[in-house]
Design a protein around this ligand. Structure first.
Ligand code: MCN
Ligand code: CUN
Length: 797
């Protein structure tokens, strides 16, 4: 390094806790969200939803709605059908009703739309539509779905004689059987990961603007994956792709909720084409909670084969997934149940076998969305709940049991028993840091002492690695479109730059962190780089932001395109310094002559030369694009430890401490990473403690409003202690970074639940389903029994 080298942290490069540039507009209320956009002549759309979960539609009479002044269009399923749009394909190779024609299949399903001068007229007109229903028996769980004589929900589909969507399996059944034969002991656990719902502050919405004069369709919308939407519109609506422009402006939180394609988007587009005016649709909160992408709702029947000394010999899992009325999981793999088989990736287990069955029910379609890399959340929850039960069954210490079974540092890359290849990690070290931070031994002593006085303390551990960053195009695709991502970098003549990617942040801080990667690679100060995402007319093709894939894939592309720019800048430097390229050295922000380090040119000088003084024969300009196809997923590791006190009189539990040790490889922006972890832990706490959305026997959605479905505020959310000591760089990522966006929401819930179950040790209680509401904990304690939360629930619950 010469005297002129830049200080990377000062210029906002890798490792700088740079303040988030996007917050300049967000905290001033100057964001530009879909609902902020008003176009000349814009009309408003509202959706009429089904009040029933399962019913045949005998008639729809919209004549009164048409008569209301200010109404421009009433769309029904029959009208959609004339354009072949009553049904649309889903991302999981099923079909989904856009507007119901034959039957309604869940409460809240879209039945008709009204487009009017304003949203109030549209809403009133929806209420003026007469729909006659003939009720059918509803199905709200997989057991009902496969029961003898169950009504077939998807009678619209040829060859669908029952409610089973798939049966799927992975792993080695025979080897697993042998492991169970050799076991000293078998530990069993059954549980239900309840439905949960992402709750972005901004609901879903779109403004479709079809211009007959230019033939161009522009759609502003709340999507996490604009290019995928463009492809879907081109293929489904048979519109020319170059005439479709999808713009995701600022997104007020996504959390997976904004990955799927919703009927509202489709209807607003068709309405705009028919009316030749912009049509805006903005969902309300209940509309969002009742009809958009749910998560989880999956049942586990798990078994672990154990040796007396604590070694796990094998694992068997059967999962029943309730997908709702349409199989519309937005997940990019050939694996029917997403990446559920990433379970037990952190542990060295010789044999495992997983079977999964997916079924239809009379519920809104869902499955994978909500801060999860495609069912990784369920995988890690089941894993860590099973691990706790197994250690308890063996009478072994929770930490020692995990440590004994961890994949060791020297065993990477490690092939997991269900087929993944994990990349790197230091699991034992992370656990050490966490145990020390929480004061493990001391707490166990206090717990004993407190118990003697009738006070119930508990400690829960959750340790997990998860696959982040779909994809690697060999294994992952969405409807045949391979998973990769992209970045385009344009360095202007004065050395300022713009970087665009195929990702689309929703609050994660991409505008801050992508600039830091460029800064790290080129030495251009981060404040000189602007980041833009979300406009398909300007951004390079990419697959969007979910599954914490942005850093692993688009972030890698940003590093790679920067390196292409640097390679060209090196040629310009050689020209400016009048030496051959081989004699040039690079240090942050500057090329210099190896034999004379004082003779150098800055990256900015090279940029100027690219437009004003390039060597003969060189193409002018300094811009490039990189497409990045990752060789593997990235595998961050985390330890979450929670301590709680349970009040035996009421079942209320309070969190005493939460310790998080996250190893996500190299941290681009440590402050943003910590923000992601805190957000994830908050959601994990909410899922474990208070978020309750379910169904009664009639298929009514219970909890589809924020009076019942509680959002954690600063008041009830506990404090978190975060640790960043352990850094295992990702061996295959250009800057060594792994994803982090979901880790805490994935690994966190088990830590909270394990802590409460630990507090109940000695009562024989093995499971209480989330959310661990006080009445459930009280019931478990008082009657010394497990408490299931599976639907149907009584409506007055
Ligand atoms: N980062 C970093 N160093 C790393 C890894 C990440 O500095 N080693 C930074 C990234 O540059 C980025 C942020 O942390 O600014 C998250 O990066 P990443 O882990 O790549 O995740 P994504 O950007 O792909 O975000 C997706 C993830 C998902 S899937 C959900 S769901 C979720 C989450 O992000 N939704 C969110 N966090 C959210 N945070 C907010 N505010 N809003 C949402 O909707
Ligand atoms: Cu599954 S929620 Mo995030 O992957 O958008």
């Amino acid at each position: 390094m010469t005297a002129q080298a830049l200080d990377e942290i000062k210029i906002g490069g890798l490792g700088a806790s740079r303040k988030r540039v996007e917050d300049n507009r967000f905290i001033r209320g100057k964001g530009n969200y879909t609902d902020d956009i008003t176009l000349p002549g814009m009309l408003h759309m509202e959706i009429l939803r089904s009040p029933l979960a399962h019913a045949r539609i005998t008639s729809i009479d919209a004549s009164k709605a048409w008569d209301i002044p200010g109404v421009h269009l009433v769309l029904t399923g029959d009208m959609m059908a004339t354009r072949n749009l009553a049904w649309m394909p889903t991302l999981s190779y099923d079909t989904q009703a856009v507007l119901a024609t034959d039957k309604v299949r869940f409460q809240g399903q879209e039945v008709a739309c009204v487009i009017a001068d304003d949203p109030y007229i549209a809403k009133d007109a929806c209420e003026a539509i007469d729909v006659e229903y003939e009720p059918l028996p509803p199905i709200v769980n997989p057991m009902q779905a496969v029961a003898e004589g169950a009504p077939v929900i998807r009678d619209d589909k040829e060859n669908q004689a029952d409610n089973v969507i798939y049966n799927w399996e992975v792993g080695d059944a025979a080897a697993t059987d042998r492991a169970f034969e050799q076991a000293d002991m078998v530990s069993r656990l059954k549980l239900h990961y309840p439905r949960s719902h992402p709750s972005p502050i901004e609901c879903c919405g779109s403004i479709a603007d079809f211009n007959r004069a230019t033939e161009k369709l522009t759609v502003y919308m709340t999507t996490q994956a604009p290019h995928i939407i463009r492809a879907a519109v081109a293929l489904v609506a048979e519109l020319p792709e170059h005439m479709i422009r999808i713009i995701s402006p600022d997104i007020g939180g996504g959390f997976g909720n904004k990955v799927p394609v919703y009927p509202g988007y489709v209807c607003s587009i068709l309405a705009s084409i028919l009316l030749e005016r912009p049509v805006k649709w903005i969902e309300d909160k209940t509309g969002n909670l009742i009809s958009t992408g749910f998560a989880r709702d999956i049942y586990l029947d798990g078994e672990m084969a154990l040796r007396q000394d604590g070694k796990i010999l094998g694992v068997r899992m059967h999962c029943d997934a309730d997908h709702g009325a349409f199989f519309s999981d937005a997940q990019p793999s050939k694996f029917k149940i997403g990446l559920l088989h990433s379970a037990f990736a952190a542990y060295d287990i010789p044999a495992a076998h997983l079977t999964a069955r997916g079924t239809y029910s009379n519920k809104a379609p869902g499955g994978v969305a909500y801060r999860c890399s495609f069912r990784v959340t369920e995988a890690m929850f089941f894993q860590e709940r099973m691990v706790q039960a197994a250690a308890d069954d063996l009478g072994m210490d929770q930490a020692a049991f995990r440590r004994m079974n961890f994949v060791r540092d020297e065993d990477f890359p490690h092939r997991t028993p269900l087929g993944f290849l994990t990349d790197s990690g230091q699991y034992g070290k992370c656990l050490d840091v966490a145990l020390k931070a929480v004061g493990y031994e001391e707490f166990r002593k206090q717990q004993e002492e407190a118990r003697a006085k009738g006070r119930l303390f508990g400690l829960g551990i959750s340790t997990m690695t998860e696959p982040l960053g779909a994809g690697n195009s060999r294994e992952y695709d969405i409807l045949g479109i391979k998973m990769f991502d992209s970045a385009e970098l344009k360095v202007h003549m004065t050395g300022k730059a713009i970087v665009r990617t195929g990702a689309r942040g929703q609050g994660q801080g991409h505008e801050t962190t992508w600039a830091q990667i460029v800064s790290h690679e080129l030495g251009i100060p981060a404040e000189d780089i602007v980041v833009e995402e979300g406009d398909t007319d300007t951004a390079p093709f990419g697959m969007g932001t979910y599954a914490s894939r942005s850093t692993p894939v688009a972030g890698a592309a940003v590093a790679m395109v920067s390196r292409k720019i640097r390679a060209k800048a090196r040629k310009l430097a050689a020209h400016l310094l009048e030496v051959s390229e081989e004699d040039i050295e690079w240090e942050l922000g500057r090329f210099y002559v190896r034999s004379a380090p004082d003779r150098g040119v800055t990256i900015q000088e090279c940029a100027m030369a690219a437009y004003s003084n390039m060597p003969d024969g060189m193409e002018p300009g300094l811009e490039n694009t990189a497409y990045y196809d990752p060789p593997n997923l990235t595998w961050p590791f985390a330890v979450y430890i929670v301590t709680v006190e349970v009040d035996p009189a009421t079942g209320v539990w309070d969190v005493l401490t939460t310790v998080a040790v996250d190893d996500c490889g190299v941290r681009i922006n440590p402050m943003i990473v910590e923000g992601q972890i805190m957000g994830g832990l908050t959601e994990a706490y909410a899922m474990a403690n208070m978020q309750f959305i379910t169904f009664d026997a009639e298929g009514n959605c219970i909890g589809s409003n924020y009076m019942d479905y509680l959002l954690p505020t600063a008041w009830e959310t506990p404090g978190f202690e975060l640790h960043s000591e352990v850094v295992t760089p990702c061996p295959h990522h250009p800057i060594g970074a792994k994803g982090i966006g979901e880790c805490a929401a994935v690994g966190g819930p088990a830590a909270f639940v394990n802590a409460v179950i630990d507090a109940l040790s000695g009562t024989g209680v093995r499971n209480i389903d989330m959310p661990l509401l006080p009445d459930r904990v009280w019931e478990a304690l008082t009657y010394r029994r497990d408490v299931s939360g599976a639907p149907p629930v009584r409506s007055d619950d």
